[in-house]
Design a protein around this ligand. Structure first.
Ligand code: FRU
Length: 502
C-alpha cells in the first residue's frame, strides 16, 4: 500500500508496509524476483477476516515499498487449504511443466487436507506451476508429491543447490511438533529423496514453522561462505509468542551442521537470551527470503504479527501488515558470526511529501522533552547517543496525552527496551501491553538506533542492524509527538535526524 492509500477511515492502515485490501493475511509465501518484479504471495482468506480458506494472495512491486495487488493466485478448494511454501524459477524445465520454450515458475506449497477429503488431516507437499510469470497458476494433477502421512509436515522452502555433490533442488520443511527441519533433494521437483534432519536445537518453546536455508559470505568475503538456517517458532520467542531464530553453519549438499547450537534437544528456558534471533520484538514471524533477488542479495520479509493476539487486533476488516523488507548480511561481531539486517526501500520516492527535522549534538537533561516540529505518524528516525550518568535514555514516539511508545537503552544492563504499555489500544489482549527487551552492545562508545514508525508499528534497527525489534502499536491518530528522555542523569545526543513521510 502506498502512503496515499491510508485514510482516516482506518487509522491503523500502514503507509510504508504492505497490507491487504480488506481480508485476512498471514505468512509471506513464494517470494521471488522474476521478470523485473518482486512477487509477494501470502497466506490469505479471500473471503473474510479470519484464518480460514487459506489461499495465496498476490502482490508485486519494483521498489519493495509500493505494491500492486493481483487476483488471488492459488485458491483453496473442497479438498485442501493452500498453506505456506515457496516458488522457484525452473529455468531448465526440470519439472517438465514448461511449454513451447517457456520455462515455468513452480510453487511448492503445503496441502492441508480438509475433513472429508481423501487425505483428511494430512499435511503434504504439492506443486502448482505458472507459465505467465506468476499471475495464473495450475495445480499439478498428481499432487501431493511428498507425503509422510504426517499431520504437521509443512512450509517447504526450495532452492537450487550447486556444489561438489551436484546440481539439484533442495527442500527444507518442518515436522512442526517435533521441532525438526527435514531436508530433501530432487532432480525434477516431482520426486523427492530424503537427505537429513536438523533439530531439535536451541529454542523449542513452540512448534517449528517456515524454515529457510541460504548461503552468505562472512564480512563480504566470497571465499568465506557460511550457511544460515532460519526457523520460526510459535510460541517460545524471547519476549513471548511467535518469533524466528537462526543457526549459522555449513551445508554439504545433504546435511546442515550448526556452529551456533547452544542446546541440543529440548530447550533450557533460562537460555533463551543466548540463542540467535531474527528479531527480538513481538511481531516478526514466518520470516522467509526471496528467491533470485538481484545481485545475490538476501532479502527477507515477515508477517508483522503474533499468533498470540492476531484475532483480537483492533484493525478493521484487513488483518495484519507485512514487515518492511530487510537485507541480510553475515558479520563478525565480538568474535562471533551474526546476521545484520538493514531495512530496504526508497520510502521518499513513494511518499506524497517528505520533510526533515534535525538536531545537532546536545545534552539531554534528566526528564522528558517534546521536540517541537518533529511530530508525525509515519517517520524514519536516525539517532545516536553517547551514554553518560543516566540509567536509561531514549525516545518516545506516537506520543500524546498519556500515550506513547518508549524505545530506550539501559546501558548498565546492556538492554534495548521497547515499552508499549501506554502505546494506545492495548486492552484487546492481556499479552499486548508489554515491555520487551533485547541485548545490545556499545559500539565505539555509542548507541545508534534507526526507527521506522508507521500507523500501527515501530521497527527498531539498533547498532546498524545488529539487533532488531518489531512491534505493533495502536495509538490515536493525534498521538504523534516525538520526545527525548533521560532518567537519573543526562545523556549526550550525538545526532538526530527525522524523515517525515506523508
Ligand atoms: C505459520 C503457519 C504455517 C502454515 C500457515 C497456515 O504462521 O502456521 O506453518 O503453513 O501458517 O496459515
Amino acid at each position: 500500500m502506498t502512503a496515499a492509500a491510508a485514510t482516516t477511515t482506518d487509522i491503523f492502515r500502514p503507509a510504508l508496509h504492505y497490507s491487504t485490501g480488506g481480508t485476512w493475511l498471514n505468512d509471506p509465501n513464494g517470494l521471488i524476483f522474476h521478470d523485473g518484479a518482486y512477487h509477494l504471495y501470502y497466506q490469505n482468506n479471500p473471503f473474510g477476516s479470519e484464518h480460514a480458506n487459506l489461499s495465496w494472495g498476490h502482490a508485486t512491486s519494483t521498489d519493495l515499498v509500493s505494491w500492486t495487488d493481483h487476483p488471488v493466485a492459488i485458491v483453496c478448494d473442497e479438498n485442501e487449504d493452500i498453506f505456506s511454501g515457496s516458488i522457484v524459477f525452473d529455468r531448465q524445465n526440470t519439472s517438465g511443466f514448461g511449454k513451447d520454450g517457456t520455462a515455468p515458475l513452480v510453487a511448492i506449497y503445503t496441502s492441508a487436507y480438509k475433513p472429508g477429503s481423501m487425505l483428511e488431516g494430512i499435511q503434504a507437499q504439492s506443486l502448482a506451476y505458472s507459465l505467465d510469470g506468476g499471475y495464473t497458476w495450475s495445480k499439478y494433477a498428481e499432487n501431493p508429491v511428498l507425503d509422510r502421512r504426517s499431520a504437521d509436515f509443512r512450509d517447504p522452502k526450495v532452492f537450487r543447490y550447486e556444489g561438489d555433490t551436484g546440481s539439484y533442488w533442495v527442500m527444507v520443511a518442518v515436522e512442526a511438533q517435533d521441532f525438526q527441519v527435514l531436508l530433501y533433494k530432487s532432480r525434477d521437483l516431482r520426486n523427492w529423496e530424503y537427505l537429513s534432519t536438523f533439530g531439535p536445537a536451541n529454542a523449542t518453546g513452540g512448534i517449528w514453522e517456515c524454515p529457510d536455508l541460504f548461503p552468505l559470505p562472512i564480512d563480504g568475503d566470497p571465499e568465506n561462505v557460511k550457511w544460515v538456517l532460519t526457523v520460526n517458532l510459535n510460541p517460545g520467542g524471547p519476549n513471548g509468542g511467535s518469533a524466528g531464530q537462526y543457526f549459522v553453519g555449513d551445508f554439504d549438499g545433504a546435511t546442515f551442521t550448526s556452529a551456533t547450537t547452544v542446546t541440543e534437544g529440548l530447550q533450557d528456558p533460562d537460555r533463551l537470551g543466548e540463542y540467535q534471533w531474527l528479531d527480538w520484538g513481538r511481531d516478526y514471524y514466518a520470516a522467509v527470503s526471496f528467491s533470485d533477488a538481484p545481485e545475490g542479495r538476501r532479502l527477507m520479509i515477515a508477517w508483522m504479527n503474533n499468533w498470540q493476539y492476531v484475532n483480537e487486533l483492533p484493525t478493521a476488516s484487513w488483518r495484519s501488515p507485512m514487515s518492511l523488507v530487510r537485507e541480510l548480511t553475515l558479520q563478525t561481531i565480538g568474535g562471533e558470526t551474526h546476521l545484520v539486517q538493514q531495512p530496504v526501500g526508497d520510502w521518499a520516492a513513494v511518499s506524497a511529501s517528505v520533510s526533515n527535522f534535525n538536531l545537532p549534538e546536545t545534552t539531554i537533561p534528566a526528564g522528558t522533552t517534546i521536540l517541537d516540529g518533529a511530530a508525525g505518524t509515519v517517520q524514519r528516525i536516525d539517532i545516536s547517543w553517547t551514554p553518560g550518568a543516566a540509567e536509561e535514555f531514549g525516545v518516545v514516539v506516537r506520543g500524546g496525552g498519556s500515550q506513547g511508545t518508549r524505545i530506550g537503552i539501559r546501558p548498565a544492563e546492556g538492554a534495548l527496551v521497547v515499552d508499549r504499555r501506554e502505546s494506545g489500544h492495548t486492552d484487546f489482549h492481556e499479552a499486548f501491553a508489554s515491555i520487551d527487551t533485547a541485548p545490545i552492545r556499545l559500539v565505539e562508545g555509542q548507541y545508534q538506533l534507526t526507527l521506522f514508525v508507521d500507523r500501527c508499528s515501530v521497527e527498531v534497527f539498533a547498532q546498524g542492524g545488529q539487533v532488531t525489534m518489531t512491534e505493533l502499536v495502536f495509538p490515536s491518530l493525534t498521538s504523534n509527538d516525538v520526545s527525548l528522555y533521560s532518567v537519573g542523569g543526562s545523556t549526550t545526543l550525538n545526532s538526530l535526524h527525522i524523515t517525515q513521510y506523508a
